[in-house]
Design a protein. Structure first.
Length: 333
């Protein structure tokens, strides 16, 4: 009987009261929900990352939008703007100097980027197999990518100098006549490509090394058990596992090569009557970015310069997509 009497009392005591239920419902209804509630709860985090977006808006998105607007105008930077429509782009398609700059850029990119990626991959494989002084090697490989381009260009200008350059000294030693590297079109391209190769080989080697260290060692052990040699292991195990990393380096190197500016400008910018953006004799080292600077700041044609800038953007996008499709197609195959 005592248990039967206490059970209802306990049930009543533990049952939620209408007031308490209503209070909780009211608090739940007052609590913010969805996206707005998330912003209110995490506003400190949004405030912490807001400087990046504000800087990107001010110095990235707004200038890009203004340059697109400027591409349809004629403007010398001081006077009034004059609407030009598509005439800037029509002139661009018929501008032979622009297309010569595109060809120069592609030639320098092919001469510098393709050997650079191969040397970087081989260096990464050798570095990955090294036992001692790995940290020293990584530091030595990475130093060129953080060295000032101006300082590097000055050094390479001395190396490829006609009178007292190191390259001509080596050629004389082996009995070959001297070459005016910085005065001949093909010599200019070789010098600029060599500079870019030296500067970015270590950077890509470090990226390749990071990718190599993610490959499971069990795959190499299985390949050795199957009797595969080093070359067969490299092409059957290393290369398939490295395809995402190779895709990344190819795309980044393509973007970097097509946007090259400082290398040619510092290496070939001389005071012999030519513009510092001319790219040397016969415009052999004039890249598309150098041509953009020449038209914009030497000729004060900001509208046409904006059209060139957007053409460069489209060229970079097209070549990045081509590289991405080629690498992905090989991976699927």
């Amino acid at each position: 009987m005592a248990d039967m009497k206490t059970a209802p009392a306990a049930a009543v005591a533990t049952a939620p009261s209408p007031a308490g239920t209503a209070g909780r419902a009211g608090r739940a209804g007052a609590a913010p929900s969805g996206h707005k509630g998330g912003i209110r709860r995490h506003w400190r985090l949004y405030a912490a990352i807001s400087p990046f977006y504000l800087l990107f808006l001010c110095f990235g998105l707004v200038p890009a939008g203004f340059s697109l607007f400027l591409a349809f105008q004629r403007w010398d930077g001081l006077g009034d703007m004059e609407y030009a429509g598509l005439s800037q782009f029509r002139y661009l398609l018929a501008d032979t100097q622009f297309w010569d700059a595109v060809v120069n850029t592609l030639e320098i990119w092919a001469m510098g980027t393709l050997p650079m990626l191969f040397i970087a991959l081989v260096s990464a494989v050798m570095l990955n197999s090294a036992v001692r002084f790995k940290g020293v090697y990584r530091f030595a490989y990475f130093v060129p990518s953080v060295t000032s381009v101006v300082a590097v260009a000055v050094i390479f200008g001395s190396i490829f100098s006609t009178s007292f350059g190191l390259m001509n000294a080596v050629l004389r030693t082996v009995g070959i006549s001297e070459v005016a590297w910085l005065n001949e079109p093909w010599g200019i391209k070789v010098a600029v490509a060599a500079l870019m190769t030296w500067q970015w080989t270590g950077y890509n080697a470090i990226i390749f090394l990071a990718g190599l260290q993610t490959i499971p060692t069990e795959l190499y052990e299985a390949a050795r058990v199957d009797g595969a040699g080093p070359i067969r292991t490299f092409f059957s195990v290393t290369m398939p596992m490295m395809r995402p990393v190779i895709l990344f380096t190819v795309v980044v190197s393509t973007i970097t090569g097509l946007r090259s500016f400082s290398e040619s400008q510092v290496l070939l910018g001389r005071n012999d009557g030519l513009s510092t953006f001319a790219g040397g004799p016969e415009h052999a080292g004039q890249t598309v970015v150098l041509y953009f600077f020449q038209q914009t700041f030497d000729n004060n044609d900001f509208g046409y310069g904006a059209a060139i800038a957007w053409a460069i953007f489209m060229i970079v996008v097209v070549f990045s997509l081509i590289n991405w499709r080629l690498v992905n197609r090989r991976e699927k195959g």
